[in-house]
Design a protein around this ligand. Structure first.
Ligand code: U5P
Length: 209
């Protein structure tokens, strides 16, 4: 079974409170999502494997560590996931970025895949799938289905706010996937929004409402 981790570092909790507030505007929302994602990425990357390299400091030759593992791909679920790409890129600048476009039918709440563009060697990469909200789990399950269909095996899912319903569904559908969230909220409402949540993450990031 994959990991399930609520990353409740005080800085993360504080910053999450800023963006939950309905009076937080688009500019601050975007900046703080970026900061939270960077803080999360630091710990999500904790189990990245290292290997020895020999280098020469100004003083002596020495054997030290460098990242050895699979190369990384960040895969945002469009459109809200885009807000979480830069925060990870700041720490792992060599990562490639894939995109998976999903939209949610507002009546049935069923997700639909409309766009998939991934690095050619996606099957070789450590993948961070990002979406700020894990609500019903429909989008993340389908995005991860799309990745596995193309050979991906090493997948972590990173979100800011999760509902218990979504965590349960994602773990059932993809038990091998590690899930990292900044907060585990109370429940989903009838419209599929997380309560208390932070509203529609895409609209708040891009100022579309
Ligand atoms: N979503 C929100 N806020 C919520 C619930 C869902 O923005 O409170 C959006 C997210 O953008 C995410 C998608 O991409 O819906 C996740 O929904 P689901 O497929 O997990 O239900």
């Amino acid at each position: 079974m994959g990991k399930f981790q609520v990353m409740d570092h005080p800085l993360i909790q504080h910053k999450l409170t800023i963006i939950r507030d309905k009076n937080c505007g688009t500019k601050v929302f975007r900046e703080v999502v970026d900061e939270i994602t960077m803080l999360m990425a630091y710990d999500v990357a904790r189990d990245m494997p290292l290997k020895d390299v020999e280098i020469e400091t100004p003083i002596a030759k020495t054997t030290v560590k460098t990242l050895a593992g699979k190369k990384v791909a960040i895969v945002p679920i469009l459109r809200a996931g885009i807000g979480m790409v830069d925060g990870i890129m700041k720490l792992i600048p060599a990562a490639k970025i894939g995109h998976i476009g999903m939209y949610r039918d507002e009546k049935t709440l069923e997700p639909h895949e409309y766009f998939v563009k991934l690095p050619a060697d996606i099957d070789q990469r450590q993948i961070f799938v990002v979406d700020p909200m894990l609500a019903t789990g429909g989008s993340s399950i389908m995005a991860i289905d799309a990745l596995k269909k193309r050979g991906a095996t090493n997948i972590k899912f990173v979100c800011l706010v999760a509902a218990p319903e979504g965590v349960k569904a994602l773990r059932k559908a993809h038990p091998d996937v590690d899930i990292y969230t900044a907060a585990l909220d109370d429940h989903l409402n009838k419209e599929g929004y997380i309560v208390p949540g932070l509203g529609d993450a895409g609209d708040r990031l891009f100022g579309t409402k």
